[in-house]
Design a protein around this ligand. Structure first.
Ligand code: CP
Ligand code: NVA
Length: 309
């Protein structure tokens, strides 16, 4: 067992395969304790600061409910309420917050800000989404796949759409745990090359495959999981009209899913823009596990907090 106390969670590429499994095992145990009404106040008296510079439904509520269920307290800060990056630097803010809190969860734009916050904090920092990564989401997603399929290794996940933060963390996550991943994105919207290279290296160790293609049918063929996300992420709202046109043939609909395995899982981190990247018929189908993914954010993030705080 790896000792994760004090460790920040910024990128899934920083976790070992063993740490992924440690998180999944504790998530399963905490989920069953909650369902059975068994006590699990592992973080009694601890305080998590939650900094948000983008909106959130799932991340905010699951972290806040999660820390309460573990016996601790969650404090929400809108970045506009803090001196952070206005009249106070990230290093100074990190040092001050480290004197008050036991952990920080941050959702922001610039990934480097999260790295700098962690570098200057003596408490763990958890990435609740940046422009390039969304690690907590993908841990919850892999845990959901494991629950539904009873295995992860050897399965194929097809991600269809924008090569964004969710796609990047899927690349890191799948390649670490030994799941094949095929990403289909338009030419100018493919995932970050450095992250693809890191994932190819991970896949060599875990014995899985990483594939980046243009054609959504090619990615989805034979897939066990079909995953999509919004075409315009938070901060890209002004590009939405242009992107909706470019991404049209990347919609997950009944024509596309025909190419996957019959018992494929449909996944989406949510919020979904129904009628754009996915149609109701698929989002509400028996293959869809979108609300299980949302629920599992709670259980998996409780495990992360319990391990690092
Ligand atoms: N999936 C996700 O992170 O949702 P929120 O933006 O609502 O937190
Ligand atoms: N890619 C999306 C994910 C939202 C949870 C965004 O960054 O807006």
């Amino acid at each position: 067992m790896s000792n994760m106390k004090g460790k920040s969670l910024i990128s899934l590429n920083d976790l070992s395969a063993e740490e992924f499994w440690q998180i999944f095992e504790l998530s399963a145990s905490l989920k069953s304790k909650l369902k059975n009404g068994a006590p699990h106040r592992i973080l009694e008296g601890k305080t998590l600061g939650m900094i948000f510079s983008k909106p959130s439904t799932r991340t905010r509520i699951s972290f806040e409910v999660g820390i309460y269920q573990l016996g601790g307290i969650g404090m929400y800060f809108n970045q506009n309420d803090l001196q952070l990056k206005k009249s106070e630097s990230i290093p100074d803010t990190a040092k001050v917050l480290s004197r008050f809190l036991n952990g920080i969860m941050i959702r922001t734009f610039d990934h480097q800000d999260v790295i700098d916050l962690a570098k200057n904090s003596s408490i763990p920092v958890i990435n609740g989404l940046t422009d390039i990564m969304h690690p907590c989401q993908i841990l919850a997603d892999l845990f959901t796949i494991l629950e539904k399929k009873k295995t992860i290794k050897g399965l194929k996940l097809a991600y269809v759409g924008d090569g964004n933060n969710v796609a990047h963390s899927l690349l890191h996550g799948c390649s670490k745990v030994g799941m094949d991943i095929s990403i289909a994105s338009p030419k100018d919207f493919q995932p970050n090359k450095e992250i693809v290279q890191e994932s190819i290296s991970n896949a060599k160790v875990s014995g899985s495959k990483v594939e980046i293609v243009i054609d959504p049918v090619e990615a989805v063929t034979g897939a066990d999981v079909i995953y999509t996300d919004v075409w315009a992420s938070m901060g890209q709202e002004s590009e939405a009209v242009k992107r909706n046109e470019i991404f049209k043939k990347y919609q997950v609909n009944s024509d596309l899913v025909k190419h996957a395995k019959k018992d494929y899982l449909f996944m989406h981190c949510l919020p979904a823009h129904r009628g754009l990247e996915v149609v109701d018929e698929i989002a509400d189908s028996k293959n869809s596990v979108i609300f299980d993914e949302a629920e599992n954010r709670l259980h998996v993030q409780k495990a992360i907090m319990a391990l690092v705080m």
